[in-house]
Design a protein around this ligand. Structure first.
Ligand SMILES: Cc1cc2nc3c(=O)[nH]c(=O)nc-3n(C[C@H](O)[C@H](O)[C@H](O)COP(=O)(O)OP(=O)(O)OC[C@H]3O[C@@H](n4cnc5c(N)ncnc54)[C@H](O)[C@@H]3O)c2cc1C
Length: 401
């Protein structure tokens, strides 16, 4: 049996990140949504405070140094605990915090030691910096194996041509992990992952996308035109791709990433749901007429919302715990991502209903309702998460779904 009581250190992280969310993020959340960006001076300030969206804390320094035994590793659990609090403050600002973002885990899991040093240490800089992850294309979203962006082998490196869409922090990123194919007829085996640095000739941001939710967070379209990337930026180096029998490919790198990032994304959805739930509970307690039938209806709804949030959190913590222990967690990662995204959407919808006319534009819950929708889309839609789960259920019977 696993204990889900927070350790002293985990409680400290939770308290510290909650304080930051309440005092530094919440006060600017609605204004950032209105503006459509997070102000640079605020980002400078939090960078100096050492606050990052630290997806690479998936392995803490102690984990990496091997000082901690498997049993003591807790980077993934720390990650989901902290992320829930930060997203409670505001999910768009959480995604805009400086750091490697979704680009961190592939470099950490597949990069050579030299690449890890080169790309993951830049975030300690005085200036805020970002990393990004570019898999999605106009014709390749859920089906990541359909990537069309080409990588042509040339002397000393590769030439990339193609387009990537919906890339979080793609414009401001110092580097982007980009997935491309050396030969589309090879399917997954033909894929490679490259780290493309800002300023590389032939690499540009063609536009920023205007979105319904997460408006303060930048989502970019990227264009690669005869973009030369040197050998040393091929993630994992040629050696990695020679290990075909081990299933090495850019596709495998992209998939491995999801096992650690889906619990992080799930914890963001939980933070959003909790923010909406807490606001609504407080308002119902203060504003609804006592002893009315209405308050019983609200109590029933709020009890269901509370249970959904707790269930999503338990699934997420289990997925994070398994990742810390080095136990395969693809199924739990898919389950928590699907359940947290779906239930957070329901919680925000119920909150809006209970708030009635309060839930109008320029209100925190209205914003959360717009923000939460994408959590059943990015990092794999809910249908794709269900497919991941179903495949594991049917595989033993030789049935392919
Ligand atoms: C705000 C935002 C930020 C994003 N950030 C990033 C990022 O940083 N990097 C990145 O690479 N991508 C990013 N994405 C892209 C995101 O991951 C994709 O939108 C997502 O994977 C879905 O792909 P798609 O939009 O092409 O939809 P499609 O794949 O075209 O899917 C359309 C619909 O069909 C369903 N569907 C598709 N295939 C199946 C199937 N086999 N079985 C059942 N149903 C199916 C889907 O569930 C969905 O409902 C971001 C997207 C958004 C909106």
């Amino acid at each position: 049996m696993i204990s889900f009581t927070l350790s002293e250190q985990q409680q400290q992280i939770k308290d510290m990140t909650h304080w930051f969310a309440e005092n530094e993020i919440r006060p600017i959340a609605l204004e950032a949504d209105r503006l459509g960006y997070v102000p640079n001076d605020w980002l400078d300030k939090v960078n100096k405070m050492g606050i990052h969206l630290n997806t690479t804390s998936l392995k803490s320094e102690d984990d990496k140094s091997g000082k901690k035994s498997k049993k003591e590793r807790e980077g993934n659990r720390m990650g989901v605990i902290a992320t829930e609090e930060i997203a409670w403050g505001d999910p768009a600002i959480a995604l805009s915090l400086p750091g490697a973002g979704l680009g961190g885990p592939p470099i950490q899991s597949s990069g050579t030691p030299e690449q890890q040093e080169r790309f993951l240490t830049i975030f300690k800089d005085d200036k805020p910096r970002w990393g990004a992850y570019a898999l999605t294309e106009p014709e390749a979203g859920s089906d990541a194996s359909a990537v069309e962006m080409s990588a042509k082998r040339v002397d000393g490196g590769y030439v990339l041509n193609g387009q990537k869409i919906f890339i979080t922090n793609g414009k401001r990123a110092s580097w982007v992990v980009v997935f491309a194919t050396v030969d589309p007829t090879l399917g997954r085996a033909g894929q490679r992952a490259f780290v493309v640095e800002k300023g590389t000739p032939g690499f540009e941001c063609s536009r920023l996308v205007d979105k319904m939710g997460l408006r303060a967070n930048e989502t970019a379209e990227l264009l690669f035109t005869d973009c030369f990337v040197p050998d040393e930026n091929l993630l994992g180096g040629e050696e990695l791709y020679k290990q075909k029998e081990k299933g090495a490919s850019g596709f495998a790198t992209a998939m491995k990433t999801f096992d650690s990032t889906r619990p992080i994304v799930a914890s963001m959805a939980i933070g959003i749901a909790r923010a909406a739930y807490e606001y609504t509970l407080d308002m119902v307690k203060r504003e609804y007429p006592k002893q009315s039938r209405l308050i019983h209806v609200a109590a029933d709804q709020l009890a269901k919302m509370d249970a959904q949030i707790s269930a999503a959190r338990l699934l997420t913590w289990e997925a994070a715990w398994k990742a810390d222990m080095g136990i395969a967690n693809a199924q739990e990662a898919a389950m928590c991502k699907a359940y947290a995204g779906e239930s957070a959407l329901q919680v925000c919808a119920n909150s809006l209903e209970l708030l009635g006319p309060v839930g109008i534009q320029d209100h925190i819950v209205e914003k959360l309702y717009r923000d939460v929708k994408v959590f059943d889309i990015f990092e794999g839609t809910n249908e794709i998460q269900h497919l991941v789960i179903a495949r594991r259920q049917y595989e033993p019977y030789g049935i392919r779904v």
